[in-house]
Design a protein around this ligand. Structure first.
Ligand code: NDP
Length: 329
């Protein structure tokens, strides 16, 4: 089946500049952490990625070990490229990462130069592409000097295998250090990737002020708290086709009384604003331009459409203030 992208693909999602850089990203992006391993059908995975592209969600976020098994989300994405999307490679913004457990032994985990350089090489092979747009250090490795990690990232940019670099899950002081070490080597940090949602506001305290000061963008992950910020668990049950029923990373123990109170409060605000909870939750993370893009996950194409709709919404100050009561303390 030859793929012809929709002519309207740049009409739906607003784009926003990442900090003070030349890069503009769609305000919503698609992450392939879950739903893109060998546990789902390739046809539905391909449909979701192509649908995202057709709607302007041209930023696809990966990591070396997304699956299961490790590496398979990149292989799936490579197969989608192969199946017709590759002719649009330069319209796509593809990111990957290394930092967490990937292969056995000391070279397959952490922040060493050996791990980062060889992992990126493997990622490019799995995706069968010449370059990624951003290569991230996925986490701080407390046992590797940050100088080694930053120098490896700078050298990766110079090698042309990544056009930009990012860091993920770095607390503010180490993010600042990584920014400075990269700057000393002539490389500007493009993006930080933290977790951020109505249920996790940690970045607001220190990280976002730092990113504003440094003019660095952010690509925030799990803006729907893995699906908790939807109506699907609002009665306290776990639907069979939901992530809480099928993933190692979320289960019914998240549906506490405190959660149910919060989600019911958020639902009332969403209904008054004529939005779905996911639309409200995504528009909420996007309310401040320090957030360049919200990286959602999707198990079906309708979830892409919800996110695209959310990217067009500006919340009123009243709605934002009302949400404080039900957001994470
Ligand atoms: P979300 O919080 O967006 O959760 C996505 C899940 O929520 C979907 O798979 C789906 O689950 C459900 N969902 C999404 N939209 C809707 C909707 N409109 N209505 C109902 N349910 C919906 O993000 P993820 O936790 O999936 O993370 C997104 C991406 O962020 C990852 O793929 C990855 O790229 C990145 N990430 C990065 C990390 C890092 O350390 N840097 C860590 C974690 C994620 P279902 O339908 O199956 O219930």
């Amino acid at each position: 089946r030859p793929f012809e992208a929709a002519a309207t693909r740049y009409t739906d999602v607003p784009f926003q500049r990442a900090g003070a850089s030349g890069v503009q990203l769609p305000k919503v992006s698609l992450g392939l952490w879950q739903n893109f391993g060998r546990d789902r059908s390739f046809d539905s995975q391909r449909e979701i990625v192509l649908h995202a592209f057709d709607r302007g969600v041209v930023h696809i976020d990966l990591a070396n070990n997304y699956g299961p098994p490790y590496g398979s989300a990149e292989s799936t994405f490579g197969a989608v490229l192969e199946s017709g999307l590759a002719r649009y490679r330069d319209e796509l913004f593809v990111t990957t990462k290394a930092g967490y457990d990937m292969w056995p032994g000391p070279f397959g985990d952490g922040g060493s130069r050996k791990y980062l350089v060889r992992s990126l090489e493997q990622s490019l092979q799995r995706m069968n592409t010449d370059y990624v747009d951003v290569f991230y250090s996925h986490r701080v490795d407390p046992d590797t000097p940050i100088e080694e990690t930053a120098t490896a990232l700078a050298d990766i940019v110079r090698s042309g295998k990544a056009l930009y670099v990012g860091i993920s899950n770095y607390p503010a002081p180490l993010a600042k250090r990584a920014y400075e070490l990269l700057a000393e080597q002539g490389v500007k940090l493009l993006l930080h990737q933290p977790r951020y949602s109505l249920f996790d506001r940690t970045p607001e305290a220190e990280l976002f002020p730092l990113l504003r000061e440094l003019s660095v963008g952010s690509a925030v992950f799990s803006p729907l708290a893995q699906g908790l910020l939807t109506r699907k668990y609002i009665d306290g049950d776990v639907p069979a086709d939901s992530r809480a029923a099928n993933s190692f990373f979320l289960n019914g123990s998240a549906l506490t009384d405190g959660y149910l109170d919060r989600i019911r409060g958020i639902d009332r605000i969403a209904q008054e604003a004529n939005l779905s909870i996911p639309q409200l939750a995504i528009a909420w993370v996007l309310r401040d331009p320090v957030v360049t893009t919200a990286i959602i996950g999707a198990s079906r194409t309708s979830q892409i459409d919800d996110a695209v709709a959310a990217s067009q919404v500006t919340l009123s100050d009243d709605v934002v203030a009302a949400l404080d009561e039900f957001a994470a303390p």
